[in-house]
Design a protein around this ligand. Sequence first.
Ligand code: ZN
Ligand code: ZN
Length: 334
Amino acid sequence: MSKKRTKRSGTAGKRLLALLITLLCAFATYLSGGASQPFEVHFIDVGQADCALVIADGKTMLIDGGEIGAGPRIIDYLRTHGVQKLDVLIATHPHSDHIGGLPYVVENMEVTRAYLSPYVHTSATYEQLLDDLAKKKVATSVPEIGETFSLGSADCRVISNGAGFDDANDASIILRVAYGDTSVLFTGDAEVPAEEAALASGMNLRSTILKVGHHGSETSSSQAFLDAVDPEIAVISCGKDNSYGHPHAVTLKKLTCEVHRTDKEGSVVLVSDGTTVTARGEVPVFKIYIGNWQNKKLHLVGCRYMPSFENMDFFWKRSMAIDAGYEPCGSCKP
Ligand SMILES: [Zn+2]
Ligand SMILES: [Zn+2]
């Protein structure tokens, strides 16, 4: 009798759990589905470093990848936002706060094409990135100055490819991305000499959004450059209480537009319909990862290979499951 009762309550518990998971999934779909726009720029909070994701009509581009150790956080962010593949990867220049997490990203996500600055660097992380790009057969090149490529219906133009500078920061790739009447200028760590070269190129720098050069340092963002870009929105990617004192008070004073900072807001998300850019902030996207503790495979809810309830392990973060020894399922690709 008591045995029977235990069995019955177990079944009820499972039903309740199934219902709960279904509701959570519906909520997650509502959150992510309701918020997506044709053009999004995510300045992902990676502390005192740079990492930006551009999504245009479903095509994706990652510009820089944080410090060493940021890889799992970036992959988590990408997967959570529905990114399964990167069409373009750009490493603006080989400093560790820009390429640190990229080897992990390349090892854990399909990348079609990569653009690198020609600046030669001999750090282990940089060598690892080159090795990984070669191993994964990613088409890798130094872009030409003025080269254009499309990302969905967005037009990308290489303002500077980083060639001809002795300083690694000035050797940053500068990229302007235009979507309809709106645009974004990515500057990496370009400082005043690189800004002067960009101005001298005669190319159109005017942009709705400016990723402020070198984390808002005073060695970047000359008045002439800011006048030419004339941004409506400036974004500074830097870490809370960082030892460099970024962003500099002088730079902040010069930015007379709307300013967003990753050290204050966390990840900054800006969306465009081709006419207007609006700041959305990071929308918490809810996902549950389900592991099968019997075979150590990790699944997304709804995968046809989901384990039975007895064999389920639950994770709120993909990285937690990977750390616990789980391997992503080849079908649902969590
Ligand atoms: Zn930097
Ligand atoms: Zn740098």
